[in-house]
Design a protein around this ligand. Sequence first.
Ligand code: FAD
Length: 117
Amino acid sequence: HLGNETIKAELGRASWKLFHTILARYPEKPTAEEREALSSYIYLFSRVYPCGECASHFQKLLKKFPPQTSSRIAASQWGCHVHNQVNSRLGKKIFDCGTIAEKYQCGCADDGDVGMT
Ligand code: FAD
């Protein structure tokens, strides 16, 4: 039987994985509609995230660090930065944001994606 902390951590790992993968595959030159879609997705995610304490903290982080949607690099570096804000609050190690492009691939036949690892 898994304890609550284990379940919360598992949800967090799965959520961050999807979050960073979306940002790593976001267009390099997004249209106004694509920018709006990403921004809406992030704000709605912060409202529906099922750990209430996490969601309310993340909403405060979004006020301080609004989503950066101007390009893939801007978005993925922003995502890495806000995750690092959560890491530091939880006493975790700060992640090196220089490596996220290689780390978060989707396995989809797309530009610059080497596929399954
Ligand atoms: P995680 O932080 O889950 O990271 C998973 C993997 O992502 C790491 O192993 C590493 O390879 C990589 N990674 C780490 N940092 C970064 C980064 N900056 N950029 C890119 N990749 C990175 N838990 C709480 O207890 N309290 C909270 O308030 C809370 N708030 C959360 C808010 C959100 C929006 C989310 C998605 C999760 C939240 N969590 C919270 C869960 C918490 O962030 C972790 O997911 C959980 O504690 C498991 O941590 P972990 O050490 O396995 O690594």
